[in-house]
Design a binder for this molecule. Sequence first.
Ligand code: M6R
Length: 609
Amino acid sequence: MCGIVGYIGDKRAADFLLEGLTKLEYRGYDSAGIAVNCGENIFVEKSVGRLDSLKDKLKYRMPGGVIGIGHTRWATHGRPSDINAHPHTDCNKNFVVVHNGIIENYMPLKEELISRGHKFISETDTEVVPHLLEEVYRGDFVEAVREVLNKLEGSYSLVFMSKENPDTLICAKQDNPLVIGLGKGENFIASDIPAIINYTRQTYILNDGEIAIVKKDSVKIINRRGEPVDKKIFHVSWNAEAAEKGGYEHFMLKEINEQPKAVRDTMSKRISKDGTKILLDELNWDKDFLAGIDKIYIVACGTAYHAGLVGKFYIEKLARKLVEVDLASEYRYRNPIVDEKTLVIVISQSGETSDTLAALKESKRLGAKTLAITNVVGSSIAREAEQVIHTWAGPEIAVASTKAYTTQLILVFMLALYMAQINGTVSEQRARELIGLLKKIPAQISETLSDVEPIKTFARQYGFNEDVFYIGRSLDYCVALEGALKLKEISYIHAEAYASGELKHGTLALIVEGVPVIALATQKSVYEKTLSNIKEVKARDAVVIGIAAEGDTELEKYLDHVIFIPDTDELLIPLLTVVPLQLLAYYAAITRGCDVDKPRNLAKSVTVE
Ligand code: M6R
């Protein structure tokens, strides 16, 4: 998730590029850069850190050219640095490229290019693109770009600039957004509408596989075969604030809806082509490494801690290793039993949570092996841990964590299966079955997101209750905890999650007529027990909303309301059950008029103890 801009016209390109990037900084902010075609040469300036440091560098040397491209980065391949920042160039600085997404086959392409004498300077996947262009260019810019695109696997939005072709920018889209703003005697390119909305509302929104040849007075769209595409102009009617949120009312809702893509991005490249193996190239573990681990701790805070609870289930069930899950703020002060045979896994979206970072440092001091699961490349936690695997969720802006949670679940699941495959604690057939079902999850999340009306209705009906209970067993209990946290933090409703079997040990005293109870009943191995707990609650006249897998015909017999989610293996179903709970919290907060993205007393990144 990065931000892209491009300009071609009669004005100084750098002015638009910097303004556009400012509007897109929420999409990525670890480094930024611009390139401007100045005729004699292509001027490139880049800077690690916030956009302001790039602006500082440009203060007294703004390039005067009228065609340029820019980028604000959210690191994926390669840590945040001046060199890894975009734009990237070929050996002779004739071609410049900015990119959003992941070039999956960049390693073999890079090796081939190096063997043919190309010099690489960055750690990024993107840098292969200008070098490829340099290789195939024989005077026809468009043809060369088409040839390059045919060599790329993965997801991208790309903008290409060429020194020799000062009247043309070319851009291409595959799985990442790209929009062209149509001006008078000038045209704009951006990954998101906010960058261009102050300049024009007439746009072309590119579809996958489309290539746009953008000149100052014309825009021609072609497909990958070079055939012209008849494109309709899209008039943007949103205001600037709504545009930043992609047309959604809040970042939280946008991020909930981004989950299919975030989950797909996180798992893609980490499954073998034949669908039989989990590939975590970042780790390179083997049997000896795992034999040297007798205990695993997962340490995290808040939502990441809840992902850790699910991770414990996965690792114990699939890889048969003992796992303790701990809150970072507790772990670091209780002298945990940790030594060199302990693996400590920390999970953190931001990679900056101070309790988690301190727990990580304490684990290292005690001699543990350490692994971080984080969303932010180059974050403090990513740098401190010995090993890192990244979720590819893109920036999460809303305080309430949503897409970070589902991508964390994906990674703890893949890690568990990866360990099980090394250890031989999962059969080939079961692994293939689980991987097959894993690949279906993005589409199933989309399906879950497509029917929000009943959830809105429940939120309106129960949004003014002061207490809500969430119950479930096994993995349903872990998800119940996350559902309750979401409701608490954004709607300020008192919400508690209980393991259903625990109700009778105290909490049942609170269940009286009319109290809303959200009952998760998706775990087949404990289904009968779950059902009898639900009946206990119903018998106290609670209002029970069930969450069940499609095909469940039992629950409806006892409950007035059931939300159905697509069915999958019970290990994977938390990825789906959490979605209606996120939406319920969101719409309850809306019903109560709460500030969804910035709930009271909370911050996105908790860098204090
Ligand atoms: O950035 P982290 O994942 O380390 O953050 C941990 C918690 O602060 C975070 O998950 C918090 O609980 C969220 N507001 C939950 O939505």
